[in-house]
Ligand binder design. Structure first.
Ligand code: ADP
Ligand code: MG
Length: 536
C-alpha cells in the first residue's frame, strides 16, 4: 500500500498527488517478481550453463537445462512472474528453442526499465522507446543473417548441433543432430511459390525407451508402437504384411445398462458360450478372408478390445494383433501407413488393408515393442526411438531432441542462420548504442538502456563459462564497433572469436522471436499500474 499522505495536516490535493505512488509501487513489485524468475534460470543459459534438478511433489525428479521445462514446473505465485513463465511457453510454441534466452533478455529489459523509471521517465515513453529499439535490433539481426538452402544438409546440421550444445546430452550431438535433420527433412513440405517449407512436428513421433544409451537412439522410417503384440502364441515377425486398423472390438458386446442374466442350467450356459464363440469366430473368419496378417485395434474404454477367445483364434490363423492404439494416435498411424481406420466388420475387406514390408516385435531388455517399416503408400511421417540408461536421461534426451527438431523446423520456416554465442545480441547492442547518440530526449535513454540490456546474453554466456563477463563484453563491444558481425563468446577457447568460423550457427527465427516476445512482455508489464483481485 502507498503510505498515507500528508499526515494529520494532509490536504485533499496532496493526498491525490501522493496516491500516485501506488502505480509506481505496483510496477516495481511486478518488475522485481519477474526479475526473480529470470535470475533463477540465468545460470542455465548456454553450453556451459548449469542444469536444474526439479523435484515434484510426488517425488519425481527431472534434470533439465531447458528454460521452458524449468519454468513450467516452478510454482510461481506472483502474477507478473507468471507472465515470464508464459513468455517462455510462448517462445517454446513459436520457435521451440531459445526459451532460456527469452526470459533472460526480458529480465534484463525489466532491470533496465526499473532504472529508467527511477530517472523519472514515464512508463509509456519507455514502452515506446523499447518498441523502437526492437525494430532497430531486428533489422540488425536480419542484416547479419545468411540465407540457407534447405537442400544444404550441412547448414541444418549446424543449427541442430548449436541447439544441442547447451544440453545435458550434448556429448551425443553427433548422433542426435543428424537424426533431427533427417526427421524434419522427411516430413517437410516445400511451400509452393514461396520460401521455406512447412513442417508439422506432429509428424515426428518421439518414443522414449529406457535401456541402452543415448547413442542407441534411432530414426525409424515407419511406425513404432511402444508395446508388445497381444498374441499369446502368435508370430513375432511378418514380412509383406497386410495391415488393418480397426475401431471395433473383438469381444462379446456389453449391454447398455446394468442387466443381470441368470443362467440356471448347463445347457443354457453352453448356449451362451457357443453364441459368444460363434460371434468371435465370425469376426475372425472375416479377418482371415480379407487376408489380414497384422491387426491394429484401437483402445476401447468400454470393454476389453480383445477377448481371450479372440486372441486364441487370431493366434491360430497366425495374425499378429496389437491392441490399445490410443485414440489420439489413430491419425498418426493412418498417415504413416497410408490407411483408413475400419469402423465396422462390413468394411473389413482386402481393399481397406495396406501393405507393409516388415512388421516385427522386437525384444529388448527394456521390454518389447513393435516396429513397422517399408510402408507402401504412407511414409509421410517418421518415428524416433530415444534410448537412455534411466528415465531422467531418456526424458531429457527427448526434450533436447525436441529443441533440435524445433531449431531445424525454424530454419525450414525461415531459411536463414545467424551466428550464436551472443553475436546477434552484441551486434544489435552496438547498433543501438550508435543510434542512441543521435536520438532526441528520452529516446536517448531508452535506446541506451535497451542496448545495455541486450548485452546480458553474451555476459551471461561468459559468466556461466567461468570467464570474466566485463572483460568479455568489452572485448565484444570493441569487436562489433569494428563491424565484425560474427564475433561472439567462444566458450571453448575462452575468448571472443568469429562464431561463424566455429560453426556455432542458430536459426534467425529463434533469435528474432526471442527479442520480439521478450520486448512485448516487458512492455505489457510496464503498462500495468494496478493489480485487482476478483471477489471470489
Ligand atoms: P535456450 O533455452 O535459450 O536455447 P540454451 O541454454 O540452449 O538456451 O543457450 C542458448 C545460447 O547458447 C544461445 O545464445 C547460443 O548462441 C549459445 N550457444 C550455443 N552453443 C554455443 C557455443 N558453442 N559457443 C557459444 N555459445 C553457444
Ligand atoms: Mg537452446
Amino acid at each position: 500500500m502507498a503510505p498515507k499522505a500528508g499526515g494529520d495536516t494532509g490536504k485533499v490535493n496532496s493526498a491525490v498527488y501522493k496516491d500516485k505512488t501506488k502505480p509506481t509501487d505496483i510496477r516495481l513489485s511486478n518488475i522485481n517478481a519477474a526479475k526473480a524468475v529470470s535470475d533463477a534460470i540465468r545460470t542455465s543459459l548456454g553450453p556451459r550453463g548449469m542444469d536444474k534438478m526439479i523435484q515434484a511433489s510426488n517425488g519425481e525428479v527431472t534434470i533439465t537445462n531447458d528454460g521452458a521445462t524449468i519454468l513450467k514446473q516452478m510454482s510461481v505465485i506472483h502474477p507478473a512472474a507468471k507472465m515470464l513463465v508464459e513468455l517462455s511457453r510462448a517462445q517454446d510454441i513459436e520457435a521451440g528453442d531459445g526459451t532460456t534466452s527469452v526470459v533472460v533478455i526480458a529480465g534484463a529489459l525489466l532491470d533496465a526499465s526499473e532504472k529508467l523509471l527511477q530517472k523519472g521517465i514515464h512508463p509509456t515513453v519507455i514502452s515506446d522507446g523499447f518498441q523502437k529499439a526492437l525494430q532497430i535490433a531486428l533489422q540488425v539481426v536480419e542484416g547479419m543473417s545468411t540465407p540457407v538452402d534447405l537442400t544444404n544438409e550441412d547448414a541444418l546440421l549446424k543449427a541442430a548441433a548449436t541447439s544441442l550444445n547447451s544440453k545435458v546430452v550434448s556429448q551425443h550431438s553427433t548422433i542426435l543432430a543428424p537424426i533431427a535433420v533427417q526427421a524434419i527433412r522427411a516430413v517437410m513440405e516445400p511451400i509452393v511459390g514461396g520460401v521455406g517449407a512447412r513442417v508439422d512436428l506432429r509428424d515426428v513421433k518421439v518414443t522414449e525407451r529406457i535401456g541402452g544409451t543415448v547413442e542407441d537412439t534411432e530414426l525409424v522410417q515407419g511406425l513404432v508402437i511402444p508395446h508388445r503384440a497381444a498374441n499369446v502364441n502368435g508370430p513375432h515377425r511378418i514380412e509383406k504384411a497386410k495391415v488393418g486398423l480397426i475401431q471395433f472390438c473383438i469381444s462379446p458386446p456389453k449391454t447398455d445398462m446394468d442387466h443381470n442374466v441368470i443362467v440356471s442350467d448347463y445347457a443354457a450356459m453352453d448356449r451362451v458360450l457357443k453364441e459368444e464363440r460363434q460371434y468371435i469366430l465370425n469376426i475372425v473368419k472375416q479377418i482371415k478372408k480379407a487376408g489380414c496378417t497384422v491387426l491394429l485395434v484401437q483402445k476401447s474404454i468400454l470393454r476389453d478390445a480383445l477377448s481371450d477367445l479372440a486372441i486364441h483364434f487370431l493366434d491360430k490363423i497366425k495374425t499378429m494383433v496389437i491392441k490399445d492404439i490410443e485414440r489420439e494416435d489413430i491419425e498418426f498411424v493412418c498417415k504413416t501407413l497410408g490407411c483408413r481406420p475400419i469402423a465396422s466388420l462390413d468394411h473389413f475387406t482386402a481393399e481397406n488393408l495396406v501393405n507393409v514390408d516388415l512388421v516385427e516385435e522386437i525384444n529388448e531388455p527394456g521390454g518389447k515393442y513393435i516396429k513397422m517399416t517399408g510402408c507402401a503408400n504412407g511414409g509421410r511421417t517418421v518415428s524416433v526411438v530415444v534410448r537412455g540408461s534411466s528415465g531422467a536421461v531418456v526424458a531429457e534426451a527427448a526434450r533436447s531432441l525436441h529443441d533440435a527438431l524445433c531449431a531445424v523446423r525454424c530454419v525450414a520456416r525461415r531459411p536463414a542462420l545467424v551466428a550464436g554465442g551472443g553475436a546477434p545480441e552484441a551486434a544489435a547492442a552496438a547498433a543501438l548504442a550508435r543510434a542512441a547518440i543521435a536520438a532526441p530526449g528520452a529516446h536517448h535513454y531508452t535506446l541506451r538502456a535497451y542496448s545495455d540490456a541486450l548485452e546480458v546474453v553474451p555476459s551471461t554466456l561468459a559468466e556461466n563459462a567461468g570467464l570474466n563477463p566485463i572483460e568479455t563484453v568489452t572485448e565484444l563491444r570493441a569487436a562489433h564497433a569494428a563491424a565484425a558481425s560474427g564475433a561472439g563468446v567462444n566458450v571453448r577457447r575462452g575468448r571472443v572469436t568469429d562464431m561463424r568460423q566455429e560453426h556455432v550457427l542458430q536459426p534467425l527465427h529463434v533469435t528474432a522471436s526471442a527479442l520480439a516476445l521478450a520486448t512485448e512482455t516487458v512492455r505489457a508489464i510496464l503498462k500495468i499500474d494496478d493489480i485487482v483481485n476478483t471477489v471470489n
